[in-house]
Design a protein around this ligand. Structure first.
Ligand SMILES: Cc1cc2nc3c(=O)[nH]c(=O)nc-3n(C[C@H](O)[C@H](O)[C@H](O)COP(=O)(O)OP(=O)(O)OC[C@H]3O[C@@H](n4cnc5c(N)ncnc54)[C@H](O)[C@@H]3O)c2cc1C
Length: 386
């Protein structure tokens, strides 16, 4: 292998592969890239959901979509018609397969699996020098998508932890046209917990139990509750677990945690991905934002040779997300009533645009108007005192 590279991508998961795909599309104009990935096989380890009003490079691979969504608490249920922007699901096996094929077609990109760094990159006279299991190399720039460790994310505002089973039942049980976005189970002074149900046929669904809390919850902490949720949805009939998925998504990273640990704060070394600001703070949705970033970053590399990190959200959205996360963090017991107010009082198109980063100023104002004033004013006062 030629040892002088234009770009090293560390970590070939969603962000690393998405960038690789955009660069591979440049054919012979692509930079010379090495993707270093520690896993040895790609498995169907997750599913990505998003509203389908924005096309992305994987829109043709979507497994299923829903034009109706339900949000419910013990007291009420709201049904939303989102046929204007169906809620879509993409399984990671389809994404990985397409991404790996696209990258393999361009000889300027080299994906090495089962590999990692032996020595962190060091900047010297215009190059990043680094050492891998297959030798010493140098590169002009680095995109580092390795997830940060939990102890480096201590100042995260709120954690979204979840565990889900994709199950197949013996008998028809689900409506494949309707997804349950939030079915509130419990909210107390420590967490808001809800079920998330994505049926792909009358017999098959992904059922997840999710918790929003100040601390992340490990998979083991969620098993009992998830099993209760599965029983609640399918009754006593038999079922098989086809697959499981779990995650801990940081919502509202501290700004210093996003920008920190970039060696020498050099513009040719950037961090990207979930723990580097890819997710929308108030929702944890990251897939569409990663696709958007991958296009921007590939353009920047082609024009100036320098990678770009995730763009900051517009000021008003950042402030709204920040206040919303503070309210949930400090008053998780209010979670169900806040979400129910949001979905019942704001026009569905506005909510979907707001949640999927497509909101207009009027959409933001409608969201603010719909939410109960007192807890938000308290948080605004706290922020203005600091
Ligand atoms: C189960 C799950 C479901 C999710 N569902 C949604 C969803 O529905 N919608 C949505 O918008 N977002 C969702 N997300 C959030 C987000 O979109 C995903 O986490 C996404 O995969 C983040 O991409 P990433 O590249 O930052 O991280 P990853 O995809 O995790 O990629 C990081 C890569 O780095 C590799 N790596 C780690 N350490 C090293 C090392 N030392 N050397 C080399 N490689 C290394 C890993 O093996 C991995 O391949 C979900 C997250 C999870 C975990």
């Amino acid at each position: 292998m030629q040892t002088d590279l234009d770009l090293l991508i560390i970590g070939a998961g969603c962000a690393g592969l998405s960038l690789g795909v955009q660069l591979a599309k440049m054919k012979e104009r692509a930079p010379k890239v090495l993707l270093l990935e520690q896993r040895t096989v790609y498995e169907n380890d997750r599913t990505w959901c998003f509203w389908g009003q924005q096309e992305n490079a994987y829109s043709d691979l979507v497994n299923h979509e829903w034009s109706k969504l339900t949000i419910q608490s013990k007291k009420e249920a709201i049904s939303l018609d989102c046929s204007f922007a169906p809620y879509q699901i993409l399984s990671s096996d389809r994404f990985y397969e397409k991404a790996l094929q696209s990258i393999a077609l361009n000889p300027l990109l080299d994906l090495r699996m089962g590999s990692s760094l032996l020595k962190e990159p060091k900047w010297q006279q215009g190059w990043w020098y680094f050492e891998t299991t297959f030798g010493q190399l140098r590169t002009k720039s680095v995109v580092d998508t390795r997830p940060k460790a939990l102890h480096d994310l201590k100042r995260t505002k709120l954690w979204q932890s979840f565990l889900g089973y994709e199950i197949e039942c013996d008998q028809a049980r689900f409506d494949p046209n309707t997804a349950v976005l939030m079915d509130f189970y419990k909210a107390n002074s420590e967490f808001v917990g809800f079920n998330y149900v994505l049926p792909q046929s009358e017999k098959r669904a992904l059922i997840e139990f999710t918790v929003f809390a100040e601390q992340p919850y490990l998979e083991d902490d969620l098993v009992d509750k998830l099993e209760e949720s599965v029983a609640q949805y399918i009754g006593s009939q038999g079922y098989r677990i086809l697959r499981k998925e779990s995650g801990m998504i940081p919502m509202g990273l501290a700004i210093d945690d996003i920008s920190s640990s970039t060696p020498d704060a050099h513009p040719s070394y950037i961090r990207a991905g979930l723990t580097a600001g890819a997710a929308r703070p108030a929702t944890g949705y990251a897939f569409q934002r990663i696709q958007h970033w991958a296009v921007q970053c590939a353009n920047s590399l082609s024009q100036s040779g320098v990678p770009t990190t995730h763009a900051k959200d517009f000021f008003l959205l950042r402030k709204m997300d920040d206040i919303f996360l503070n309210v949930i963090r400090n008053n998780p017991e209010l979670g169900p009533s806040l979400f129910m107010a949001l979905f019942s009082r704001v026009d569905c198109k506005r909510v979907v645009r707001f949640l999927s980063d497509q909101g207009s100023l009027l959409d933001y104002l409608s969201v603010v108007k719909a939410l109960p004033a007192t807890p938000f004013l308290k948080e605004i006062l706290k922020i203005s005192r600091h």
